[in-house]
Each structure stands twice: as structure tokens, then as C-alpha cells.
Ligand binder design. Structure first.
Ligand code: 5GP
Ligand code: ZN
Length: 118
């Protein structure tokens, strides 16, 4: 791990150094329940590889973002929220509410959602 990654909470979760309720443990992607859920289903889908945000991963053109979105949809089906609808959120930058600078996709569902978001 580089210095940035050894300081990164989600790299530590991916490495098993910080506990989390893991719901998917794939080769390139894993998913775990958010510690402070904002909906009945609130799962974070992340790449094992460190990228600070979704734009960085998209630029790398490794197919990682596609994999994350596909995994989020598979989890939505497993959670029984794919039919009623769910929301995927990539907070990008502190102004948008990003607090952990390791790419993560929020999968939120199981309740009604308003638009525009806060
Ligand atoms: P962001 O605000 O960066 O888009 O989202 C970060 C998310 O990570 C937040 O929803 C927050 O609740 C979650 N989170 C922060 N620390 C931990 C942790 O140690 N474990 C888990 N499972 N989730 C965390
Ligand atoms: Zn990281």
C-alpha cells in the first residue's frame, strides 16, 4: 500500500484490517453495509483498488465503474428493492458531501425517495 492508501479507511476495510458487514467479497469489487444507514438498505460498493473518486476510476478505463454499477444492481435484486426502485449515489468532492476519498457507490432503497436530493 502507498502512504495514501495505508491511511484510507476503505482500503483498510478491503484488506480486512477494519471490520465491516461485508455482503459481497469479489475479486475486484466488494460491498458492505453503511455504518450509518440512511435507508432500510444502505450498502457501499467499492473497488479493492484505491481510486479517490468515481471520475478517477472512469478515467482509468478499466471497466471498474461498470462492474460497481452491475454489482449494485445485483445487490438491489438480492435486497428485494430492484422492483420498487433504488438510488445509486457517487458523492464526488467535499462540496457534494464526499467524506471518504476512496470511490464508493451508495446503494439506497427500501423507502420512498424525494427529488431533488438535499
Ligand atoms: P461519503 O459521504 O464519502 O459519500 O460516504 C461515506 C460513507 O461511509 C458514509 O455514508 C458513512 O456513514 C460511511 N462510513 C464511514 N465510516 C465507516 C465505517 O467505518 N464503516 C462503514 N461500514 N461505513 C462507514
Ligand atoms: Zn482506499
Amino acid at each position: 500500500m502507498t502512504t495514501a492508501e495505508s491511511d484510507c479507511l476503505f482500503c483498510k476495510i478491503a484488506a480486512g484490517q477494519v471490520p465491516a458487514e461485508i455482503v459481497r467479497d469479489g475479486e475486484r469489487v466488494l460491498a458492505f453495509r453503511d455504518i450509518n444507514p440512511q435507508a432500510p438498505t444502505h450498502i457501499l460498493v467499492i473497488p479493492r483498488e484505491h481510486h479517490p473518486d468515481v471520475a478517477s476510476a472512469a478515467r482509468a478505463e478499466t471497466g471498474l465503474v461498470d462492474e460497481i454499477v452491475a454489482e449494485a444492481h445485483a445487490l438491489a435484486e438480492e435486497e428485494g428493492i430492484a422492483g420498487t426502485g433504488y438510488r445509486l449515489v457517487f458523492n464526488t468532492g467535499s462540496g457534494a458531501g464526499q467524506t471518504v476519498f476512496h470511490l464508493h457507490c451508495h446503494l439506497l432503497g427500501g423507502r420512498g425517495m424525494e427529488w431533488p436530493p438535499g
